[in-house]
Design a protein around this ligand. Structure first.
Ligand code: PLP
Length: 415
């Protein structure tokens, strides 16, 4: 009997033909030959498209969908999403340029992130995108930029929510945080926007990331909507017009590790549907949006490296590849993991075998942290075989220390 290595999260996004992993129909060895080098990241555009379709089907019809491009800022990926989603959220002026290059209208681009430099504020105002202000200084900085440019700044407030998104991979709201403006400072921030004559775009409330629990997300959505309605009332009292956009965050997670169950998207969508009538009644002219990064792109991508050596140490097999943590820090377990767990690993050119071998897949770096797979079960593999790390479409290359040890950079392709 053929054994496929465990039930790997993400493997069902792709087809396996003749025991070879295919990326958007192209057998991996052929794709590797086309690219002409390893390591590489390959993103399957059909997976991206299907994911947007699944979200559209599950979420309320009137809820806008934004791509948070820091999850994967590869220009071709951002371009692909530009025609599928309702807006792009950027986290730097350089990301803004990539988003603008796609032809996305400026008013559908918003810029979040603490510590925006004055130069970035000038760029953002000149571009006409929305700035999600994370401090009073950003408001005055943007107003100053607008004055010198003879333009109006489009300003939203990123609010540090006064609650937490429970069981999140990363909490990004609730309590003391570098993100957003505390709820009790919002009135002062609104007055500043009002007096400087900027366009008040609305609110951005983001509570956390990588959440697999529908109930936790639903709870956060309920609290976010209550907070937003309260804050909109305050804005109205100050004399600001109704918000154009209300961004209620995201944080939808994807499964990585054995035991992770995929997010119940239908449940999240059903709960959001119960909140929409209340929002539309109170804010009839306001566009309600969510912003997703990882959930949109994470499952579409694989990281492929080639085995350059096979060694045995103290009875354990080590497959040494030409890729490692310098390209994929997250898979090595050093990007936000507390206890290291393996990302799903498959042998791309021989997915299944009668007998599997327990191996350590490591990179070429001079550090014991450079692990892509710790005691993973894959078909017996040797020099030249292609090791694939699944679930690698988000926070892969972009979140990795590529300069460390000065090995060659990987290639990224959208297939
Ligand atoms: C990082 C980030 C996102 C995207 O988070 P994912 O977990 O990738 O969906 C969305 N919004 C803000 C403000 C972020 O900082």
């Amino acid at each position: 009997m053929m054994n496929t290595p465990a039930a790997h999260a993400g493997l069902d996004q792709f087809t396996v033909q003749g025991n070879v992993l295919c990326i958007n129909g192209i057998p991996l060895p052929q794709l590797a030959a086309r690219i002409g080098q390893t390591p590489f990241y390959a993103i399957d555009r059909s997976v991206l498209t299907r994911r947007v379709q699944a979200l559209r089907a599950a979420l309320p019809k009137t809820l806008g969908l934004h791509y948070a491009m820091k999850a994967n800022p590869m220009p071709a990926v951002v371009q692909h999403f530009a025609s599928l989603v309702d807006g792009i959220d950027v986290a730097s002026a350089a990301e803004m340029q990539v988003a603008l290059d796609t032809g996305t209208p400026a008013k559908e681009i918003s810029f979040a992130g603490p510590g925006k430099r004055n130069e970035e504020l000038i760029q953002a105002v000149a571009a006409g995108i929305t700035i999600n202000c994370e401090s009073l200084r950003e408001i005055t900085g943007a107003a100053h930029a607008a004055k010198s440019l003879g333009l109006k700044a489009r300003l939203a407030l990123r609010v540090n929510p006064d609650f937490e998104l429970k069981s999140s991979g990363m909490k990004m709201g609730g309590g003391a945080k570098q993100f957003g403006i505390d709820v009790d400072v919002v009135p002062e921030a609104l007055k500043l926007i009002h007096t400087c004559g900027a366009v008040f775009v609305g609110y951005h409330i983001y509570a956390g990331s990588q959440n697999l629990r529908a109930e936790a997300l639903a709870d956060a959505h309920t609290k976010t909507v209550a907070l937003a309605l309260r804050l909109c009332e305050i804005a109205r009292e100050i004399g600001l017009s109704a918000p154009q956009v209300l961004n209620i965050g995201g944080g939808f997670g994807i499964p990585y590790f054995p035991g992770d169950t995929p997010l119940d998207l239908a449940a999240v969508g059903a709960h959001l549907s119960t909140l929409m009538p209340q929002l539309h009644a109170a804010l009839p002219t306001t566009e309600i949006v969510i912003e997703l990064g990882r959930y949109l792109v994470g499952e579409s991508g694989i990281y492929v490296s080639k085995i350059v050596d096979r060694k045995v140490s103290c009875g354990q097999v080590f497959l040494v590849t030409d890729g490692g943590l310098h390209h994929h820090l997250a898979a090595s377990g050093n990007f936000g993991q507390v206890l290291r767990k393996n990302y799903p690993v498959v042998l791309g050119n021989r997915v299944s075998a009668d007998v599997l071998e327990k191996v350590n897949v490591v990179g070429p770096l001079c550090t014991p942290l450079d692990i892509l797979g710790d005691k993973v079960q894959i078909p017996a593999a040797d020099v030249g075989d292609l090791v694939c790390v699944l679930q690698s479409g988000a926070y892969g290359l972009t979140a990795s220390p590529t300069k460390f040890l000065s090995h060659p950079a990987p290639v990224e392709v959208l297939v």
